[in-house]
Design a protein around this ligand. Structure first.
Ligand SMILES: *Cc1c(COP(=O)(O)O)cnc(C)c1O
Length: 424
């Protein structure tokens, strides 16, 4: 069969089904808020409305109950949630926060906004999450927090991360934006560290357009998260708060409309997640034996959330460069993404050391060596980005087996053509 990229007929001409998860339930919930006229009930002063209105509170209690945590604090994005988590953890100038380089940028900038230095540790080549051994090598007396990411929906090795921190006062922050509903041994991703952060952004498994939820079992962290969310500095006096560190507040408040939508989306989480898992497992069953491919690994006891279906590619075994494989697959009608993000430390902000003000803060601080981010800092993340990683984004609710059969047929066709001896 001639490849579509060489002028042959493509395996597929139809686009993949898109998944609109917003239905009558969300519509009704939003209309109720509109009819009430109160689109946000937050007030940035100590009193009952300091914690928001009825939908915000209903979302928070439903979220805490669903995930089995003491506290859920809603925010206007997971980015805000990560910033608030770092603030609540007490991180400040001169501190170090160990982060993954292979993630969305906010997982690392959360350290910078509190004047701390992001220290990048490498990732595990199978789960793409922080490698505890690499983290161990990066821990110093200045390490105050670790932000790990449950990347692509696979929970990071939180037990391993906890073990390498030992008895040091290091706060573990779990960026679970991509992993709502994933589990380890029956416990939900997002609840495996000291503070967990979920995203309700449009691109995530469940969404309210924009939004996020921060969870914790620690009463003091919850208190501080609420203060940071809502103008803490103006509230501490009336509230009688003694500990003022990092309680400078922002406006990270979620609206009643977003909360109403999020409440309905939470009810659908299981129904939206299981089809992703089923689709991913179908692909893994059919792609595992093909030359040059490594399908996603799931650790024992782990329920993967499959935000995307990420797999590894060995160009030598496949007999075809990764770029050519991806182009050929796209020509067959199968959208595929290459490399995920460049390791974050290659961004100009890290390379030039300019973030807050023009004098190198927080990368240059009095009393310490200036930090730099050379190439080769995290070789596994670099290798995944440059050579090995590919991912599919269509494993969502609404995808049919016929769609997945096309994927398998196209991948097989492209790989077979690579192995055919070229006619002399
Ligand atoms: C999407 C995402 C975020 C940010 O979420 P927002 O709600 O858009 O701010 C943070 N971390 C990871 C890993 C993400 O995928």
């Amino acid at each position: 069969m001639t490849l579509a990229i060489d002028g042959g007929a493509p395996i597929r001409r139809r686009p993949f089904p898109s998944c609109n998860t917003i239905g009558d339930e969300e519509r009704r919930a939003v209309l109720q808020v509109l009819d009430s006229g109160v689109l946000s009930q937050f007030i940035g002063a100590w009193g009952p409305d300091f914690l928001g209105g009825p939908r915000v509170r209903a979302l928070e209690s439903a979220w805490a109950a669903y995930f089995g945590v003491r506290h859920a604090v809603s925010v206007n994005s997971a980015t805000s949630g990560l910033y608030a988590a770092v603030g609540a953890a007490g991180v400040g100038p001169g501190d170090e926060v160990i982060v993954s380089p292979y993630t969305m940028s906010a997982s690392a900038t959360a350290a910078i906004v509190y004047g701390a230095v992001p220290v990048f540790a490498d990732i595990d080549p199978d789960t793409f999450c922080l490698d505890p051994q690499s983290v161990r090598a990066r821990i110093t007396d200045r390490t105050r927090a670790i932000i790990g990411v449950d990347l692509f929906g696979h929970p990071a090795d939180w037990r391993g991360l906890r073990a390498v921190t030992g008895s040091r006062p290091i706060v573990l922050i779990e960026d679970s934006a991509q992993a709502p509903g994933a589990k380890v041994g029956g416990r939900f991703a997002g609840t495996l560290a000291d503070i967990g952060v979920f995203s309700l952004n449009y691109h995530k498994t469940i969404h309210s357009g924009e939004g996020g939820v921060v969870v914790t079992d620690d009463d003091r962290f919850a208190d501080r998260l609420q203060l940071i969310r809502n103008h803490g500095e103006a509230v501490v006096k009336a509230k009688g708060d003694e500990d003022l560190v990092n309680l400078v507040g922002y406006n990270y408040r979620m609206t009643e409309i977003e909360a109403a939508i999020a409440l309905e989306q939470l009810k659908k989480l299981e129904r939206l997640l299981q089809p992703r898992i089923d689709a991913a497992e179908y692909l893994s069953r059919h792609l595992a034996e093909l030359p040059g491919l490594s399908v996603p690994r799931t650790d024992p006891g782990v329920r993967h959330g499959y935000y995307v279906y990420a797999f590894k590619y060995d160009a030598e075994q496949a007999g075809l460069s990764r770029a050519r494989f991806a182009e050929a697959l796209r020509a067959e009608g199968i959208p595929v993404s290459v490399g995920y993000v460049e390791p974050l430390y290659r961004q100009p902000m890290y390379q030039r050391g300019i973030a807050i003000g023009g004098n190198g803060f927080p990368f240059i601080q009095a009393g310490r060596e200036p930090i730099s981010y050379p190439d080769g800092l995290c070789p596994v993340a670099e290798r995944m980005h440059e050579r090995e990683l590919l991912y599919f984004s269509f494993c969502q609710a609404g995808i049919a087996e016929a769609d997945l059969r096309d994927v398998v047929a196209a991948v097989s066709k492209v790989l077979e053509s690579a192995r055919k001896p070229v006619a002399a």
